[in-house]
Design a protein around this ligand. Structure first.
Ligand code: KMT
Ligand code: NI
Length: 178
């Protein structure tokens, strides 16, 4: 299953886990409650995986690409890492499948606390449009991740505050009903 926890508020290297002491884990159920969904797949067979194909077909994830995040391989590495870690939202769902390495996705809960989601090989996650979130590598400094999208991808990120967007309003009201 997936591992997630509430973060401490120390300013130390954000690639470290930042667990509270004692740890306060967050369950999959709690993540679903804020619109975050998760699948475990076999990343070794991603090129011909019927389980992945089914998710893509059911949910209309027609687009995919693969991003390798590695200091020596990704152009403008430092700038991108900085951008990814700025708290932001998108107008569409963010769908990521870890093919190799590790990553953290941090999401805000309804009380505006940071939840850190530890993603490892085989983890596929969807963050709902309008949720505030950010991304970082872990101390292992490497991931290869598939990015999925419904139709033509739109990567534009709106840094917080972005409360004026309809999609943000929609997300916040969906939370009130959930
Ligand atoms: C985002 O918008 O947060 C990202 O695309 C994160 C990096 S994808 C491995
Ligand atoms: Ni994002």
């Amino acid at each position: 299953s997936i591992e997630a926890w509430f973060m401490d508020d120390s300013d130390e290297d954000h690639r470290m886990p930042h667990k509270l002491n004692p740890n306060e884990p967050v369950s999959l159920k709690e993540l679903e409650n804020i619109g975050v969904f998760y699948w475990k797949l076999d990343a070794d067979i991603y090129e011909a995986d019927p389980a992945l194909e089914k998710i893509r077909k059911d949910r209309g994830y027609s687009y995919s690409d693969i991003i390798t995040i590695d200091k020596d391989k990704l152009p403008n590495y430092e700038d991108k890492m900085k951008m990814f870690f700025e708290e932001h939202l998108h107008l569409d769902d963010e769908i990521r499948y870890i093919l190799d390495g590790r990553a953290y996705f941090d999401v805000r809960d309804r009380e505006d606390r940071w939840i850190r989601i530890a993603m490892t090989k085989g983890d596929l996650i969807t963050l709902p449009a309008g949720i505030y979130h950010r991304f970082t590598l872990t101390e292992t400094n490497y991931t290869q991740t598939m990015r999925l999208f419904v139709g033509e991808p739109v990567w534009k990120a709106y840094n917080r505050p972005a409360d004026e967007f309809d999609i943000r309003q929609k997300y916040v009201s969906a939370l009130q009903c959930a």
